[in-house]
Design a binder for this molecule. Structure first.
Ligand code: C2E
Ligand code: MG
Ligand code: MG
Ligand code: MG
Length: 280
């Protein structure tokens, strides 16, 4: 009977695996088609200056506008796109679309674009970025590229030289989700970066959890002393905003200020100064 039960369990398990694989293959086909048709949309989440409350720019967040699944989260399809070798094309589309949009904004505002580790590992990245900047007319200083600690550690030499080249061009480099990876605070000074974004998982606890508060203070303190700028991400309430501002985060992002929005829903402050039409 135990053997019978074992076989039944195995068949069930096997069935679940087959289903999972079929679902995955369907998703793969969908993603390939989406890339070919560029069925993607960028949302933009505004960021604010912690002292003045004024907008400083926005982060571009990718959405897959799927016919039946609705808006698919990048957390689901970015890893798949990497495995399928599609991230290069998607990443180029994101960069171009984000820069083209930001070029229409008020010139004080910047745009942050997320890079996957595979994009950072590609030695052609600096050339791609300079082409996109030339094509869209966005000044390099208004482009911020977000990378993760894992991307830095995985590629090492290649990644470091690529980042240095991007910074020489004037592009701002920020380290996303800081605190969730493996790099220690003592390595920070070795990375060619301008900004760190403290991960939402620490920010969410600053008002209620002593450990989160201590970690955020330590990251902000050391980062600032190393000459880095600090963003707090995932700010959802006034306590988190006040704490982050008090302990040295110059830039804030989170639902308290705004959810990610389609370009046309961005606040009026984003509108570029339209030049008055020439009097005929
Ligand atoms: P991320 O770069 O850390 O982006 C922040 C994520 O936190 C976004 O999720 C954003 O919608 C969410 N968020 C912002 N404020 C709040 C808040 O106050 N509360 C909560 N609960 N969440 C908040 P999203 O858009 O689902 O993106 C998830 C991740 O997918 C991003 O994390 C980023 O790693 C990746 N991603 C997004 N767009 C791209 C892209 O164009 N390329 C690449 N390679 N990765 C991307
Ligand atoms: Mg990001
Ligand atoms: Mg982040
Ligand atoms: Mg995050």
């Amino acid at each position: 009977a135990a053997k019978e039960a074992g076989r039944a369990t195995f068949r069930m398990f096997e069935g679940a695996m087959v289903e999972e694989m079929q679902a995955r293959i369907a998703l793969e086909q969908d993603l390939r088609r989406a890339v070919a048709r560029e069925d993607f949309t960028l949302f933009f989440q505004p960021q604010v200056d912690s002292r003045t409350g004024a907008f400083t720019g926005a982060e571009a967040l990718l959405r897959w506008d799927h016919a039946t699944r609705g808006m698919v989260s990048p957390a689901i399809f970015i890893p798949l796109a990497e495995q399928l070798g599609l991230i290069g094309r998607i990443g180029k589309w994101v960069l171009t679309t984000a820069c083209r949009e930001a070029a229409t904004w008020d010139p004080h505002l910047s745009i942050a674009v997320n890079l996957s580790p595979m994009q950072l590992a590609d030695p052609r990245l600096p050339r791609t970025v300079s082409q996109v900047l030339a094509e869209t007319g966005l000044p390099a200083e208004r482009l911020e590229l977000e990378i993760t600690e894992t991307a830095l550690l995985a590629n090492d030499e290649q990644a470091l030289s690529t980042l240095s080249e991007l910074r020489r061009m004037g592009v701002v480099i920020s380290l996303d989700d800081f605190g969730t990876g493996y790099s220690s605070l003592s390595y920070l000074h070795r990375f060619p970066i301008d900004r760190i974004k403290i991960d939402r998982s620490f920010i969410s606890g600053v008002a209620t959890d002593q450990h989160s508060a201590t970690i955020v203070r330590a990251i902000a303190h050391l980062g600032t002393n190393l000459g880095l700028k600090i963003t707090a991400e995932g700010i959802e309430d006034g306590d988190q905003r006040d704490f982050s501002a008090l302990y040295g985060c110059d830039n804030l992002q989170g639902y308290l200020f705004s959810r990610p929005l389609p370009a046309e829903k961005l606040p009026p402050a984003f509108a570029g100064r339209t030049t008055a039409p020439e009097a005929a």
